[in-house]
Design a protein around this ligand. Structure first.
Ligand code: AMP
Ligand code: MG
Length: 409
């Protein structure tokens, strides 16, 4: 069923369609060495094969001993040896003894407490240990972080550096990760000129290619930039079908509105399919989502702020869904520092700058610039402010959702 909405599909319905289609086209999984897992989505649950820490060890540089040996303000213990990180626990501790120990070194059998170096005095073979050292102080217990068999990572989670590092700590050299969609990126328009070349009259530089490539890379993708496309239906059809036969996702920008040169909707109608065309959002209204050959197809409008708003919402939802990313991305809310007003019923995305406030709240200053072509205002912004549907005036102090711009934080 072709779904074209002259006044635009409600944003939430568009999002639901994107998620549903992505769910039906989930990409497979592959086992990757940890170095290649960063930014991927974990495809299967991970249970800890060993305990973390694997053995009781010292949290500080100091002296390990039995807490029961302490008495009075200071106890003299016999220095019986040394225990360094990396060596096995080869020596049990006798009563009244202590060993010099370094951070991460295994606790000798019999020892249960560590006093930090700075609070002890060494006098030849004796170590004077403060009597107020609590039992079990400065000891990291085996399994206190994770016990063997514990469910530590969940399918659908994004593999952040800390999660990949947890897998490494557990001795895992590889993880099952969702295949990342291959993405072909096209910019379109007879007016576009490659940056670095002279600018003939009436032409503009292609800025969206860098915008899109940067946005996609920030989402962990490795997009391929295809040659820039002229506003020529035959060339568009050949190149887009070629890309769509080989890539999981084709992202275009421009040529999706209702102008004479906006050939993409007709092309998709003829050669592929359209899930929806036009969403009740501003900017970004002419967004087209469909399929061509074996690829999902996302036709973004040409204005730079439209690219930001459509990619950060629906584009990202699509690639998240294709990879089975289950955990929702955290949502941020901030108080407006100045009123914003809109007369139209669409969801609007404004540029803004986020400021942390001393009272613990987040504040956001809306940019005065309107117009989705205003790149300087986009370059100054660090968030998009989401103004909900319906004509309305949001007074200063109103709490609205904000979408962080990639790389800004
Ligand atoms: P379109 O949707 O193709 O009519 O494009 C809408 C507006 O965005 C026009 O002003 C285009 O010149 C501009 N535009 C389209 N693509 C790009 C691009 N790659 N870089 C910079 N501006 C663009
Ligand atoms: Mg165009």
């Amino acid at each position: 069923m072709t779904t074209e909405f002259p006044t635009g599909l409600p944003f939430d319905e568009a999002l639901a369609i994107v998620r549903e289609v992505a769910g039906r086209h989930r990409l497979g999984e592959e086992t990757l060495p940890l170095a290649r897992c960063h930014g991927r989505v974990l495809a299967q649950d991970v249970h800890a094969p060993i305990a973390l820490p694997p053995f009781d060890n010292s949290a500080m540089d100091g002296f390990a001993f039995r807490h029961a040996d302490l008495h009075g303000a200071e106890t003299a213990l016999r220095l019986a040896g040394e225990q360094f990180a990396g060596s096995a626990q080869d020596r049990a501790l006798g009563p009244g003894e202590c060993v010099r120990i370094t951070t991460g070194a295994p606790l000798p059998p019999g020892a249960d407490t560590v006093a930090i170096k700075e609070r002890c005095r060494v006098e030849g073979e004796r170590v004077l240990v403060p009597g107020d050292t609590p039992a079990g102080a400065n000891v990291r217990r085996a399994g206190e972080d994770a016990s063997a068999g514990e469910h530590v990572l969940r399918a659908g989670e994004a593999l952040t550096p800390a999660r990949v590092s947890l897998a490494a700590a557990l001795g895992l050299a590889a993880l099952p990760a969702a295949r990342r969609p291959t993405v072909a990126v096209f910019t379109t328009g007879d007016e576009l000129v490659e940056p670095g070349l002279p600018l003939p009259p009436g032409r503009i530089y292609d800025s969206n290619r860098e915008l899109l490539m940067g946005l996609l890379r920030a989402d962990g993708l490795e997009p391929t930039a295809w040659p820039r496309l002229p506003d020529d239906p035959a060339r568009l059809a050949t190149m887009l079908c070629d890309a769509a036969a080989h890539f999981d996702l084709v992202v275009t920008c421009g040529a999706v509105s209702a102008g004479e040169k906006d050939h993409i909707p007709a092309l998709l109608r003829r050669l592929g399919r359209i899930h929806f065309w036009k969403v009740r959002m501003k900017p970004g209204m002419p967004l087209l989502f469909g399929a061509l050959e074996q690829a999902r197809f996302l036709g973004l409008p040409g204005n730079p702020v439209s690219v930001l708003a459509t990619w950060l919402t629906l584009g990202r939802a699509l690639v998240d869904g294709l990879q089975g990313r289950a955990a929702p991305r955290p949502r941020l809310y901030a108080r407006l520092t100045a009123p914003v007003e809109k007369a139209h019923p669409r969801r609007e995305f404004l540029r803004g700058r986020l400021q942390g406030a001393a009272d613990g709240s987040l504040k956001v200053a809306p940019s005065g610039a309107t117009g989705s072509h205003r790149l300087c205002a986009a370059a100054e912004a660090d968030v998009l402010i989401v103004v909900p549907e319906g004509p309305q005036r949001c007074a200063a102090g109103t709490v609205l959702e904000v979408l962080p711009l990639p790389g800004a934080f």
